[in-house]
Write a protein that binds this ligand. Structure first.
Ligand code: HEC
Ligand code: HEC
Ligand code: HEC
Ligand code: HEC
Ligand code: HEC
Length: 215
């Protein structure tokens, strides 16, 4: 995205513009943040306490995202699985593996594995998974090809401009609900038309008013 107002830019031109524009202050703030690059941490991929591989589990083994992230469709917050979920398989598979030692320890003591959060919005911005999943926004659109990642990496900036870009033109992104966790899904050639039709029928209206995300 073009860096229209780099943080280092002198504030004066913008401030005088605001004075002239008066009521346009919101618009200016809006544009300012829309193009603001400050929060883009794309590439962030912290080391995890267990070398858990999505490429192996979600990719090669084909375990569905919702087997582990059980809450995405029902709740605002998407959960990371409890140790029990790992033990469903690992009480029989690789029971001697050193890589799985922290998992077995967590299971024995009841202390949860201290997974490091990769995606994190600031407190003043509200996001809910369920509304997105039930309106056809894929995990892939926001998190990338998780099924190919050895270590989860942030692939989208999660900036306000990024949220709004889709909220303005959701027809460019939506897919059928049953495909939201399918990482191999390919949109049909006429998907934009289909989405425009769906958006009309289901009255899908992602909010762009400030109070929808800031309250
Ligand atoms: C659906 C079954 C299943 C579930 C659930 C599962 N795993 Fe696995 N996991 C496997 C299989 C199969 C392998 C590959 C074993 C092999 O290569 O022989 C594996 C391998 C691993 C390895 C590599 C072990 C080694 O020695 O190379 C780690 C680490 C691991 N899993 C962690 C986890 C964690 C953490 C969880 C829970 C979040 C989890 N797994 C949940 C089936 C599962
Ligand atoms: C076998 C269990 C399992 C499956 C299947 C699985 N995940 Fe995960 N997921 C985890 C665990 C454990 C973590 C926390 C450790 C990590 O980040 O690797 C995690 C972390 C994540 C994160 C990062 C969370 C954060 O901290 O911001 C995202 C995003 C994610 N998974 C998406 C997916 C998607 C999309 C799929 C399906 C393609 C999927 N996962 C399938 C277990 C799983
Ligand atoms: C519209 C974009 C979007 C979609 C679609 C989406 N996510 Fe997320 N996800 C986010 C954002 C933004 C965060 C950070 C939320 C926060 O910090 O409040 C996040 C956080 C997460 C986390 C971390 C939660 C935690 O407690 O650490 C997991 C796991 C996750 N997503 C999994 C998924 C899975 C699985 C899917 C698909 C079923 C999915 N997400 C679909 C944007 C999205
Ligand atoms: C790829 C498209 C896409 C992205 C990216 C996206 N959204 Fe959405 N958002 C939607 C759609 C579609 C809806 C559903 C609108 C409806 O229900 O009519 C929605 C709805 C919402 C709602 C309304 C929730 C409700 O209860 O009605 C909020 C708040 C929201 N999004 C916040 C965010 C935030 C914050 C981000 C960025 C971190 C984000 N969205 C990123 C497509 C997207
Ligand atoms: C679709 C959701 C959404 C809407 C609508 C939205 N915002 Fe935001 N806003 C965000 C997110 C997410 C962030 C955090 C961005 C980040 O961390 O990079 C943010 C950040 C901000 C910040 C930055 C605060 C800081 O400390 O840098 C300001 C100011 C702001 N928004 C004002 C507004 C105003 C004014 C409006 C209405 C014109 C608005 N927002 C509409 C999602 C939204």
């Amino acid at each position: 995205m073009p860096q229209i107002f780099p943080r280092s830019t002198n504030l004066l031109p913008t401030l005088s513009l605001m004075a002239v524009a008066g009521g346009g202050i919101f618009a200016i703030l809006f544009v300012w943040y829309f193009f603001s690059p400050e929060y883009t941490d794309v590439g962030y991929a912290p080391e995890q306490p267990v070398a858990f591989s999505h490429r192996l589990h979600a990719g090669e083994l084909g375990v569905n995202c919702q087997y582990c992230h059980t809450q995405v469709e029902n709740a605002a917050h998407s959960n990371v699985p409890a140790t029990q979920t790992c033990m469903n398989c690992h009480n029989q598979i690789r029971t001697e593996s050193l890589k799985l030692l922290p998992v077995r320890e967590s299971w024995a003591t009841g202390a949860s594995i201290p997974w490091v959060k990769v995606h994190q919005l600031p407190d003043y911005a509200h996001f809910a998974h369920n509304v997105h999943i039930t309106n056809g926004v894929s995990c892939q659109t926001c998190h990338g090809r998780i099924d190919q990642m050895e270590v989860v990496e942030l692939v989208e900036p999660l900036s306000m401009g990024w949220c709004i870009e889709c909220h303005r033109q959701p027809e460019l992104y939506l897919r059928p609900n049953e495909e939201v966790t399918n990482m191999e899904y390919v949109q049909p050639a006429d998907f934009v038309e289909r989405n425009i039709e769906r958006i009309r029928i289901e009255n899908i209206q992602p909010p762009t008013n400030c109070s929808a995300c800031h309250y």
